[in-house]
Write a protein that binds this ligand. Sequence first.
Ligand SMILES: Cc1cc2nc3c(=O)[nH]c(=O)nc-3n(C[C@H](O)[C@H](O)[C@H](O)COP(=O)(O)OP(=O)(O)OC[C@H]3O[C@@H](n4cnc5c(N)ncnc54)[C@H](O)[C@@H]3O)c2cc1C
Length: 303
Amino acid sequence: MSALLEAFGTNLEFSRALAPLTSFKTGGRARYFVSVGSADEAVRAIKAVKRLKIPCFVMASGSNLLVSDEGFDGIVIKMDVTGLQKTSETEVDSGAGEDLMALVDLATASSLTGLEFAAGIWGTVGGAVYGNAGAFGGEIGAIVTRITVVDDSGQIKTMTADDCGFAYRHSALKDDRFVIISARFGLTEGDSSVIQARVDEILAAREGKHPTGGRSAGCFFKNIPDPKEEHGKLPAGRLLEEAGAKELRVGGASVFDKHANIIVNSGNASSKDIRQLADMMKKRVFDRFGIELQEEVRQLGSF
Ligand SMILES: Cc1cc2nc3c(=O)[nH]c(=O)nc-3n(C[C@H](O)[C@H](O)[C@H](O)COP(=O)(O)OP(=O)(O)OC[C@H]3O[C@@H](n4cnc5c(N)ncnc54)[C@H](O)[C@@H]3O)c2cc1C
């Protein structure tokens, strides 16, 4: 134990409950847990993981995460690096642990356009870059100019947008060799009242489509690339709706009545309930359309 404390510092926690740190509010405990608030702390944590050979998982605000009820027998590193600033006429820098909505607010207040699509997307800037979060035809990867990461040997590096390999809900970061510390975004000068109006419009459009009060992880499945559809994607929610997924339920997990691609924990769901419901939804769509849905939500631990 002293080796662990020496390696990770005194803010190392043991047997940390993860459910309160996820939007689903389900799942077990992490054997070890550390919150990282700076690039130096991230370097120290990654070097310790390597030296001690401990299984490691990086999380942020847990809004795209399903944690096993059995928890995780390793260390969870929670990215809490903050800091948000305008660095030039059209660029803003953000710590990975900043709320994505705080970044949208800064851009709006600075009369910079390009981030409106992200209004109302849950989670942190780091989580959004990792998964190339998007909505309303926009994606975060399109406005990233560079990111700062710690690689798996503990070295701080800069990656360009090209290095990040952004694609639909995908980035090169998904091979889990890098921890994102911060990101820089390139925006365009605009009119703040027009930008604010678009942000408000998007927030209003999301209102009825997502469960208020959370307990979901947004869309569970990715949309299907299809050039004939709006934004080039066939919505998985439409297939799920037509396949009758809304009637499905497992324990405390159900399908949101206003959006068939969202699983909701109605209060007492386990992660196993959610997992089983997701499998049933997938099967419905496969049996009806022959399409295998791909998951957007990330899993931690064994199911
Ligand atoms: C109500 C609701 C609506 C949503 N709507 C949308 C939407 O419209 N569009 C959309 O794209 N998503 C949406 N989501 C999903 C979620 O908001 C995004 O995926 C979000 O970007 C996840 O960020 P997070 O900070 O919560 O990451 P987490 O859930 O904590 O982690 C997600 C993944 O990112 C990795 N990760 C996180 N931070 C870092 C880091 N600093 N370095 C390396 N890896 C990291 C983790 O390892 C994990 O694999 C929604 C979720 C909810 C609950």
